[in-house]
Ligand binder design. Structure first.
Ligand code: SAH
Length: 253
């Protein structure tokens, strides 16, 4: 017998540290029966899910997730139609490049009830843990959060030069792989090659690492230092504050 449709909670897991979960996310996880989660959700957070709960991993790699994403939305709809309440757990904030908007659309189209639980986005938290405020009264009155994923996509190309001349701070997600192309476009577009850049790898975790450089040379430096995703790239004068304000002491592993 069907007892009506379940409800889907699109939940942000934050950037990694379980203490950065919201109270609401933490309560939903501890009482969850079904959790559908992504690659970027940390192990420590997954430990909060009850053993008896059904855990479904739908991890996906950048660039290859078009078909997979459709399957994920189908799965959410199916589970809810089967009467199950589902926690759909995503890294960071569900609506910041998390495709949470698309999942919410599919749920709305299928008349399935849902709630969205905001999460601490890595776009802000990773720089913060490296001592970099994205805005500052003296250096930055505006910030743009941009995907680096489209760097090689002519159809949906981002106008990097325009972006750099219209906002003070640029925070790039999914940009490690196309950093060279992005940096070149910015400099060609007129950005001073000396503008400071920080790359924060695995922000808020025990493995957090920050590489600081200049837009003119950052791509080479990132390669030499073997920077890997997930990382947030911050471009702008605020990066200089990181030298003074870095505060995060990594707990022993
Ligand atoms: N919804 C997520 C972003 C998903 S896109 C959020 O709000 O944080 C995935 C990208 O997020 C990664 O490629 C990387 O750029 C960034 N990211 C996620 N977690 C990160 C972390 N702990 N440290 C640095 N960057 C991170």
């Amino acid at each position: 017998m069907v007892h009506g449709k379940g409800k889907v909670f699109l939940v942000g897991a934050g950037p990694g540290d379980p203490q950065l979960l919201t109270v609401k996310a933490s309560e939903l996880l501890k009482t969850a029966k079904v959790v559908v989660y992504d690659r970027l959700v940390s192990k420590e957070i997954l430990k909060l899910i009850p053993k008896a709960a059904e855990k479904i991993y739908v991890g996906k790699r950048t660039g290859k997730h078009v078909v997979v994403q459709e399957k994920i939305t189908e799965l959410l709809v199916e589970l809810a139609l089967a009467g199950k309440d589902v926690v759909r757990l995503k890294g960071g904030d569900p609506f910041v490049f998390g495709r949470g908007g698309e999942e919410a659309e599919a749920l709305a189209e299928n008349k399935i009830k849902f709630e969205v639980v905001p999460g601490v986005t890595s776009a802000i938290a990773a720089p913060m843990y490296a001592g970099i405020p994205l805005t500052h009264r003296d250096y930055a009155a505006s910030v743009a959060i941009v995907t680096g994923h489209r760097a090689g996509n002519a159809e949906h190309a981002i106008d990097w030069a325009k972006l750099a001349s219209s906002v003070d701070t640029v925070a790039i997600l999914m940009g490690v792989e196309s950093l060279e192309a992005i940096a070149a476009k910015l400099v060609e577009g007129g950005l001073d090659p000396n503008v400071p850049v920080a790359i924060i790898e695995q922000g808020t975790s025990k493995r957090q690492r920050t590489v600081i450089g200049k837009i003119g040379t950052i791509a080479k430096e990132a390669e030499a230092k073997k920077v890997h995703p997930p990382a947030v790239i911050v471009i702008g004068e605020v990066v200089n504050l990181g030298r003074k304000l870095a505060w995060f002491k990594k707990p022993p592993r």
